[in-house]
Ligand binder design. Structure first.
Ligand code: PCA
Length: 153
């Protein structure tokens, strides 16, 4: 299956190692991609977590990366993302810019969303591509805490 990552799991971002650890399962980079749908991507909580808000048709086309993963990796990503307590996940249509066969195409990829969020989150700046060390000055803060309440902070 494919997963679309748009936040801290991207190459060069603080949780990318989670995807590349063979003990977590299989993952292979397929290409860069963009959501076909518009979504708000915001940074929130005291840990500066990037959240794709499940509120289609507002926000931007979100840029991220598509990986092919196995069930074991999905189970491990679920642990990191505290699915289903924090993030929900579902398949989403992604414009894959260029795959390893030299083709652009639309794929279905699993993405982690925040649903049932505080409406005030929608008022935060809408990003279209996330970098922890961006000029927004909201670097991601790694934590061992249970983050399930983070969306309300
Ligand atoms: N990790 C997941 C969801 C948000 C996050 O920080 C990702 O990169 O797609």
């Amino acid at each position: 299956m494919f997963v679309f990552v748009y936040g801290t799991l991207k190459f060069g971002e603080p949780n990318h190692h989670w995807l590349t650890d063979p003990a977590h399962g299989f993952a292979k980079f397929v290409g860069e991609g963009t959501t076909k749908q518009l979504y708000p991507l915001v940074i929130a909580s005291k840990y500066n977590i990037p959240f794709l808000l499940d509120s289609p048709r507002t926000g931007k086309h979100i840029r991220g990366e598509v990986y092919e993963i196995d069930d074991k990796m999905l189970a491990n990503l679920d642990i990191l993302e505290e699915y289903p307590k924090l993030y929900t996940r579902r398949e989403e249509e992604i414009d894959l810019h260029c795959d390893n066969e030299g083709t652009s195409r639309v794929v279905q990829a699993v993405a982690y969303f925040l649903s049932n969020f505080q409406p005030t989150l929608l008022e935060r700046p809408h990003l279209d591509c996330y970098q922890s060390e961006g000029t927004h000055n909201l670097p991601y803060i790694a934590s061992e805490d249970d983050l399930a309440d983070a969306k309300d902070i």
